[in-house]
Design a protein around this ligand. Sequence first.
Ligand code: ATP
Length: 232
Amino acid sequence: MSALTAEGLNTYYGKSHILHDVSLDVAEGRITTILGRNGAGKTTTLRSLVGLTPPRSGRVSLFGTDITGWPPYRIAAAGVGYVPEGRRVFANLTVDENLRVPLERPGPYTIEHIYELFPRLRERATNLGRQLSGGEQEMLSIARAMLLNPRLLILDEPSQGLAPLIVKEVFRIVARMREEGISVLLVEQNVRMSLEISDDAHVLENGQMVYSGTAEALRGDEARIQALAGAS
Ligand code: ATP
């Protein structure tokens, strides 16, 4: 079954036509990555899916329910966790307060469980958001999305600006969520690492989907990897 499918999305910023008939599929219980050079339309695709930049045409369905045109809060309440690019943590709230802000859907991820998974956040529980390192902010961002107990987690460039060890840590957590049955849609500049962790992949070029298939097939396509990675 599909966690999410999008068909024929056309998204604009004003008069600029950014996404051209974009279709994609996120299979349940798998990690799907969207790759593409800077400006290819990856973030716009995610914003289209979560209702932040509604497409002008096309359809989106979530676990078989048509969610086309739904506002972001309703899509979140239906179980879609979204971690935007650039980690929007509340700078003047403590880590613990940041964790108590989001909508909590019932499920295995409670604040106590989150502190077990992210011991670093427990150590930093009384620190303000703005006192955290980039890696800690990313973890806090992901932790907040996990408290929604999402059925589908959408991450926009989680590795951006992080030290390699922290990137590994973040990817380890994402892989663990898949093991718990959560479907994941990941946008990444880090082409090799995201292909390593992903089951399926899509490649965007100038707002058009030019590849949809397994991550494995792309892992062997060194020329394409170079072309995608070269631009980052
Ligand atoms: P990056 O990795 O650089 O974030 P991306 O693949 O996520 O790239 P998008 O951010 O989706 O790409 O941008 C796609 C295109 O839309 C780019 O040409 C960008 O300049 C344009 N764009 C993005 N946001 C806006 C906006 N708010 N208004 C107008 N144009 C925008």
